[in-house]
Design a protein around this ligand. Sequence first.
Ligand code: HEM
Length: 472
Amino acid sequence: MVGAHRNIGSFIIRDMVDAARSSGAIPTLPPGPKGSFLTGNLSEYVPDQLGFLTRTAKKYGDVVRLRFLNVPLYLLNHPDHVEYVLVKNNRNFIKDRAERSGLRFLGQGLLTSEGDHWRRQRRLAQPAFHRQRISAYGRTMVESAERMLDLSWRDGETREVQEDMSRLTLEIVSNTLFGAAITENLEEEVADALGVVMERFTGGILFKVPEGIPTPANLRFRRAIRRLEEIIYGIIRERRRRAPDEETGDLLSMLLAVRDEATGEGMSDGQLRDEVLTIFLAGHETTALNLSWTWHLLAGHTGVEARLHDELRETLGGRAPTMADLPGLRYANAVVKESTRLYPPVWGFGREALQDCEIGDFRVPKGTQVVVSPWVMHRDERYFENPETFRPERWLDGSTDVLPKYAYFPFGGGPRLCIGSGFAKMEAVLLLATIAQRFRLRHAPGQETVEPLPSLTLRPRNGLRMVLAERG
Ligand code: HEM
């Protein structure tokens, strides 16, 4: 593996663990920063979540013990440990406590449900995300991007690019979910309501005032959810009335048409509400951020941008990309992959152990919260040479061919792998190709440094103001 050295502190701690082990005294508790008696590691974590996790991983190794107030939490920093939790022993883990309480409003949707209910819903929803099925959405994606460029983007203009990407990916997820059923007015309302919902997670998912307490922010949040529900139920009702089993080719029609093989039953309105809200939420901000970070990186790496432009010229020669072009857009694909490595939109997520188990050399008691972080792992120099460098070539020159599977896991893994990963990858390359053919983006003066803000997703802290230059 490349660059295996870590800092001296980590060697000393590893040596101590090894020494204890060889003397027969297997440590039961993983090492970790001590923190304060009352709050544990919170005071260091809260002001700098990404930095703190990265530093502690470097210092303490592959399993780090942390504590937030009275909740112990293990941070796992080895691909084998990630695989153990997400794949090999996945049945021993459910979603972590923070996600269970923070995302309760998603009900029993795919992201938040567990056990048999989740398994059934996943089986029912899976065909809607099948490769052939999603490839039909490619045209919608490109046409939506072209419409945005034609109607809103002007040469020399300064724009809030993250907002533009967010509107664009929302339009795409709405069109692919609901087809023509969602009018522009409704889309505007959905965008506003989803904005309010996401606001709740600024600063992360931990320690939110419970939804039931009527603070002004909570009331706003509840109103937004109610409005989203009204819109979703309205569309479902209309669809059921018109043609209960008609397949219009959009995701909703597929979800309406699916029948459980064993029982012959379809999804109830409540289940559809949960799935649709989940897909709205999981399927638009993540991809918008993926693209936003890509524009940020390209603006700071003009050599990469030039190579991308060369590929677009050779492969497309100015015409709009189609699904058939995707295999030829190898460099564009590597650019997206590398951008997703450095700025994984889902920067960390967790599980709770149902029963005692062992991870690495440590006993993990039932109830422990375990956290895995693509942000931390993707910057580990054991796996990525010069990890802070944006170098799409690493995905083309063979240097990443030997990576352990879970050294790179922006979409999670195992049975709960992101159901939209194929959709998202296709969307990112098609939108990148469509937009980069026509515009070059540069940071607005003084806005070159863009700090990541870890919320539920990884956002640019102060947005992303960029100047557009139309390409000749
Ligand atoms: C770059 C874009 C995206 C990223 C980085 C991403 C990342 C993830 C990750 C890491 C998970 C697993 C979480 C866990 O195991 O706890 C996940 C789950 C999920 N994602 Fe995505 N996602 C993206 C786009 C999408 C899109 C476009 C959709 C839908 C259209 C979507 C829908 C979902 C759903 C429904 C789940 C839950 C799956 C299950 O548990 O069965 N995601 N996503």
